[in-house]
Design a binder for this molecule. Structure first.
Ligand SMILES: Cc1cc2nc3c(=O)[nH]c(=O)nc-3n(C[C@H](O)[C@H](O)[C@H](O)COP(=O)(O)O)c2cc1C
Length: 227
């Protein structure tokens, strides 16, 4: 599994989880074998960067590479500035959050709410990819509800924008965390695009990890709650 110049030591990635995947947790996961562990999301709103919470999230001292930092927001320019800020603070990969279903995030049209506006998705990705010299990755859901599963079209936009890996959580935004993740959409995206695809959602055992890798043909898996 390769993201830009970074060759991961395996296909196992720890999912970004706000309030969970802080620096000690990421370091522990990497020590215990994870190929990569993505940071908690950092807001693209620069007014928050002075806060202790955001300063802690932007601190990567001593972290094992590759250091992947997730940013969240809805404004292309603000996200580009946030990406540069985090690269200046040690980020080696910038991940963009278009997967979070939380009301606090979606109410400002960020996180998974962005999936409803594909033009804006394209503008955000172009803006962030052009702003930094490090690889940009994207995390999405399969769509915003079961009637609007547009992961494939978002994946194509991402590939065209120069995004270097795509993580897909096998639920829609409307599903939140209910029901079970489905992997057909992930398999369809993997078959259609040429950038690495990372399968995510309900991977809870080594057996399921193998099963999902084989079923989706994804390049890697991402584990959240079972981490
Ligand atoms: C407590 C918690 C916090 C999360 N925070 C984020 C986040 O900051 N950014 C993000 O993209 N996804 C976030 N997620 C979603 C996870 O990254 C992952 O997509 C989801 O939990 C499904 O994977 P799992 O079934 O392996 O847990 C969060 C999930 C949980 C449970």
């Amino acid at each position: 599994m390769q993201i830009g110049p970074h060759l991961l030591k395996n296909k196992l990635i720890v999912a970004p989880m706000a309030g969970v995947t802080d620096r000690p947790f990421r370091q522990l996961c990497k020590k215990m074998g994870a190929g990569m562990a993505v940071s908690e999301m950092v807001s693209s709103n620069s007014l928050l960067w002075g806060s202790i919470k955001t300063q802690r999230r932007a601190n990567h001292d001593g972290e094992v590479s590759p250091i992947s930092v997730q940013i969240a927001g809805a404004d292309p320019q603000m996200l580009a500035t946030a990406a540069r800020y985090n690269v200046d603070n040690g980020a080696q990969i910038i991940d963009i959050n278009m997967g979070c279903p939380a009301k606090k995030i979606c109410n400002v049209m960020a996180g998974s709410a962005l999936l409803q506006d594909e033009k804006l998705v394209g503008r955000i990705l172009d803006s962030v990819v052009n702003a930094v010299d490090v690889p940009v990755t994207l995390k999405i859901r399969t769509g915003w509800d079961k009637q609007h599963k547009n992961a494939l079209s978002v994946a194509r936009i991402a590939e065209n924008s120069g995004v270097q890996a795509l993580a897909i959580h096998g639920r829609t935004r409307a599903c939140a965390y209910t029901g079970t993740a489905e992997y057909d959409t992930i398999a369809a995206v993997k078959a259609a695009i040429n950038i690495p695809v990372i399968a995510n959602g309900d991977i809870t055992t080594p057996e399921k990890a193998q099963e999902i890798l084989a079923y989706t043909k994804a390049d890697a898996i991402m584990i959240g709650r079972a981490a």
